[in-house]
Every structure is written in structure tokens, then in C-alpha cells.
Ligand binder design. Structure first.
Ligand code: PHB
Length: 394
């Protein structure tokens, strides 16, 4: 089998890339190790920056997002018994949409299937070959048969544990990592929203986040030990913890509901500054991870794909390689801005065991500043909606 662009991984990056290339008449095949219903139901985060919303809309896959997603013009920071609003739209002219990542995936899979796109689910033993030549290939097994897919380019969109990044010789890679000593306990519950906007709460017991999924389904998180297990948390214990962390702020009360999903995620920052090796390019989580506090993960994947689409298009239409050669440098500007913002939000909002009283007062001083200085609030808002400095350029 032959295609122009072989894509490993059917997450937001791989599926969107395949769709955008199709719109430009460039052929691709997407190989995914999991089953379609698995990728369409895995619970992940769900904040889309304005630029992400605009790109999905322009690409013809934004209708359900517009109808079912919730458009937000601000969010709240809760700390020291207060709630203070960050007016995203007032400060930046931009907004965000809360729409779950697996819903974006469903929309992209539906579009690819409708357009006759080549998606292979449940592939195994995937390996990437000859990326240092102009005839790379991907070998894999599907339904008991072995295949080789010959391509002009291989794009690794298979997440942080996938085979793509591991196919770049370690001696040539520059990786940067920071692991945080806490995780997030996430729940989905039935019931109405507790608040019109997201609430990021700093409390001495630890961070909590009130988010939403729909008028009847809510998403909430609280900081936990990353090694803890969901079995240790009864529904009553979860609600007691969330109430303790969120309710004390300016009369805010969260609304309990039936919990139907619980999960724990660890928190990590990671960047592979080598996003290209020969004819292999990395996009999304295969190249970088952010802690979820900045709500950047899916947006960074989409931004990588936007840069890569233009670069591949320039290659096929004008026989230009300069945009491909510049891919890492271009994408990394936005990535490092988002890495810093996600780290900064995380450090300011979480309980850090062993932190001195002095360090705790610094967290509060920082929150006081971003909620009282228009300049500081604007900096936060620009980063949150995705138009800060280097983000805007890339
Ligand atoms: C979510 O709704 O899942 C969500 C929202 C904001 C974040 C992280 C996750 O910063």
C-alpha cells in the first residue's frame, strides 16, 4: 500500500491532520492501535481556544461543537474565601468553548468516514522505517495480516507512549521534563452546572476545578496523590472534599449529583525539542505534555497540525521544503509559551506539600495580583485564550 502521508495515531492531531490534508487534495492513511469506540469514549479535557474553534469551523467540522459546546467569556479564580472573575473577552476580545475532546474525535472520525478517508483501527506491532530516506514506511498488523505502508512522510501523532518519538535516535533528541508530586481526581456527574463559568480554586486542602460538559453533565476535579486509587474514594468522600475546597468562597455552593465516572491522572510537563527527524514529524502529545491546569493540551495538538498542514501543502504544491525544515522551530514557540503558562498556573493553584508558609503567601500574592491588576489579568487571559506573544505567531 502507498500513500502520501502516513499518520500514526487517531487522536485529535492525527485525525485533524488527515482531514485538513484531504481538504487540500493530499492523501493520507491513519493507523490507530485502539478500537474506534475506545477513542470515541476516552474521557479527556475539553477547553478549546478561539483559534481551535475557528479552525474546526473553517474545516467544516465545527457544527456540533457550536451547537452543543458551551461558549465561555471568562472564568473564576477562588482563593482566600474570595471569587474573582477573569474577563477573557473583555481583556482579549476572545473566548473559549468547553467541548470534550472525545466529542471532537467523534466529529473528526465521522468527517473522515464520510469522505472515504482511510482509517485503520486496532492495528498492532506498528514500526516506522527508513525515515532518513525520502521513502519512509510504516509496518503494522491488522486483522491478522502484516502490512507495509509506503509514504512520503510519516507523522507521529501517537501520544507520549507511542512508537513515533521512540523512532528518533535518543542521541539526537533533546527532551525536557518536569514531574509534579500531585495528580487530579476527575469525576463526571449528573446534574445542573454549579456555576456559569469554570472555577479554579486554591484551598489549603488542595486545588479544585469546577467545569462542565452539558446542561445535565458536570466535570469536576480535585488535587490528589497521583498514586491514590479511585477505589479509596466513595461518592460521599468525593463530595465532602469538593465542598470543603470550593464552597468556602464568597457563598459559592457546588451542586452534588450522581457520579458516573472517576479517574486519576498524573501531572507532567514534557517537551521533545526534536519534533522532526528526516521524514518523521511529531505532533501533539507525541512531542509535548502539559499539566491540565492551563487547558492547553488539545489546543497545542491543533496548533502543531495547523503548522504541519501548511508545510506539507507547500511541499506538494510548490515543491518547497523550507516550511517543513522550520516545523520544529515554528511549533516550539507556541509550545514553550504554553508550557510556561501551564507550569505557572499549576504552581500558583496547587497545594505543594512541604512548601514553607512564605511560599504559600507568594501563591496568594500572585493570585491577588492577577485579579487586581488589569495588566496582569490581561497576561493571564491572553495565555488562556491562546493569543499571547509567541502563541499568536505560530
Ligand atoms: C475540563 O473540563 O476537563 C477541563 C477544563 C479546564 C481545565 C482542565 C480540564 O484547565
Amino acid at each position: 500500500m502507498r500513500t502520501q502521508v502516513g499518520i500514526v495515531g487517531a487522536g485529535p492531531a492525527g485525525l485533524l491532520l488527515s482531514h485538513l490534508l484531504h481538504l487540500r487534495g493530499i492523501d493520507s492513511v491513519v493507523l490507530e492501535s485502539r478500537a474506534r469506540d475506545q477513542i470515541e469514549s476516552t474521557i479527556r479535557a475539553g477547553v478549546l481556544e478561539q483559534g481551535t474553534m475557528d479552525l474546526l469551523t473553517d474545516a467544516g467540522v465545527g457544527a456540533r461543537m457550536k451547537a452543543e459546546g458551551a461558549l465561555h467569556h471568562g472564568f473564576e479564580l477562588a482563593f482566600e474565601g474570595k471569587r474573582r472573575r477573569i474577563d477573557l473577552t473583555g481583556l482579549t476580545g476572545h473566548s473559549i468553548t468547553v467541548y470534550a475532546q472525545h466529542e471532537v474525535i467523534k466529529d473528526l472520525v465521522a468527517a473522515r468516514v464520510a469522505d472515504g478517508g482511510k482509517l485503520r483501527f486496532g492495528v498492532s506491532q506498528t514500526s516506522i522505517h527508513d525515515i532518513e530516506t525520502d521513502k519512509p514506511s510504516i509496518r503494522y498488523h491488522h486483522e491478522g495480516e502484516a502490512y507495509e505502508l509506503q509514504c512520503d512522510f510519516v507523522i507521529g501523532c501517537d501520544g507520549s507512549q507511542g512508537v513515533s518519538r521512540a523512532s528518533i535516535p535518543p542521541a539526537l533528541r533533546r527532551d525536557f521534563e518536569r514531574v509534579y508530586p500531585f495528580g487530579w481526581f476527575g469525576i463526571l456527574c449528573e446534574g445542573p452546572p454549579s456555576s456559569d463559568e469554570l472555577i479554579y480554586a486554591r484551598h489549603e486542602r488542595g486545588f479544585a476545578l469546577v467545569s462542565t460538559r452539558s446542561p445535565n453533565v458536570q466535570r469536576m476535579y480535585f488535587q490528589c496523590d497521583p498514586k491514590d486509587s479511585v477505589e479509596n474514594w466513595s461518592d460521599d468522600r468525593i463530595w465532602a472534599e469538593l465542598h470543603a475546597r470550593v464552597d468556602s468562597h464568597d457563598g459559592q455552593k457546588i451542586i452534588d449529583g450522581k457520579i458516573f465516572q472517576k479517574n486519576i491522572v498524573g501531572m507532567r510537563s514534557f517537551v521533545s525539542n526534536t519534533m522532526q527527524h528526516g521524514r518523521l514529524f511529531l505532533a501533539g502529545d507525541a512531542a509535548h505534555i502539559v499539566p491540565p491546569t492551563g487547558a492547553k493540551g488539545m489546543n497545542l495538538a491543533v496548533a502543531d497540525v495547523r503548522v504541519l498542514t501548511e508545510a506539507l501543502n507547500a511541499f506538494y504544491v510548490e515543491n518547497r521544503t523550507d516550511l517543513l525544515d522550520g516545523y520544529s522551530a515554528t511549533a516550539l514557540k507556541r509550545i514553550w509559551r504554553a508550557e510556561h503558562f501551564s507550569y505557572w498556573m499549576t504552581s500558583m493553584m496547587h497545594r505543594i506539600d512541604g512548601a514553607s508558609p512564605f511560599d504559600q503567601q507568594l501563591q496568594v500574592a500572585e493570585l491577588e495580583y492577577v485579579t487586581t491588576s488589569r495588566a496582569a489579568a490581561t497576561a493571564m487571559a491572553e495565555n488562556y485564550v491562546g493569543v499571547a506573544g509567541a502563541q499568536a505567531q505560530a
